[in-house]
Design a protein around this ligand. Structure first.
Ligand code: VGL
Ligand code: ZN
Length: 210
């Protein structure tokens, strides 16, 4: 087989499959969700270097990057003192709500604050944020999603993205789960796949079918 026919028969190694219409959504990579934080996700810090690779790829391709953040008032309804399930976390402007150290947030990164009112808990980056319109205005059709946590804000963000008509690729090597119950992360990934999300890792990013 000559070199040329070999190239047409296989995905070209290193050929970027990213294209106009793609965007990266980084969900809630904040200090309180890292080991040692108020609502620590096991290995949550390990998504940071992986996400930095994805961020660089999207930046190089001049594609949008979006960073959601959990941004709660002090008396948020999801906190135990208010009868909610969680310890206080990601209080707006607190140290714990800051993005993870080392996360390579680009100057062009679009910040989305969510769950900002006391009365409503919202896990999805799409609820009450205008994110779907922001993405549509920029011609985005396919969203690559990673961050924290697989079984809450990533799952709900992916669910809403699909419901809003976006194609979604879950970045499997750039998510970690809270796992209130063991297996919650795996179940969330399965639910996202069943809802129509594709998945990729840094290794397979260039093989994602169109
Ligand atoms: C999250 C629990 C509470 C998340 C946010 O970002 O997944 N989980 N608030
Ligand atoms: Zn929260």
């Amino acid at each position: 087989m000559d070199e040329r026919s070999d190239r047409t028969a296989h995905a070209t190694p290193g050929a970027p499959s990213l294209r106009p219409g793609d965007a990266l959504i980084v969900v809630d990579v904040q200090r309180d969700f890292l080991p040692g934080g108020a609502l620590a996700v096991a290995e949550g810090d390990q998504v940071v270097p992986v996400l930095n690779h994805y961020i660089a790829r999207f930046e190089q391709a001049d594609l949008p990057t979006v960073f959601t953040r959990d941004w709660h008032p002090r008396d948020h309804c999801s906190f135990r003192a208010q009868g909610g399930p969680w310890p206080p976390h990601c209080v707006a402007d607190s140290a714990g709500a800051a993005f993870a150290p080392g996360l390579a947030l680009p100057p062009s990164g679009h910040l989305v604050s969510k769950a900002t009112t006391a009365e409503a808990d919202v896990y999805s980056g799409f609820q009450g944020t205008g994110l779907a319109d922001w993405l549509r205005e920029r011609g985005c059709r396919r969203l690559f999603v990673g961050g924290l946590a697989t079984d809450y804000c990533v799952r709900e963000t992916v669910r809403d993205a699909l419901a809003a008509g976006f194609a979604v690729v879950l970045l499997r090597d750039a998510v970690r789960a809270v796992e209130v119950q063991p297996g919650d992360g795996a179940r969330a990934e399965q639910a996202m796949r069943e809802a129509g999300a594709a998945s990729a890792t840094l290794q397979t990013l260039d093989e994602v079918p169109p």
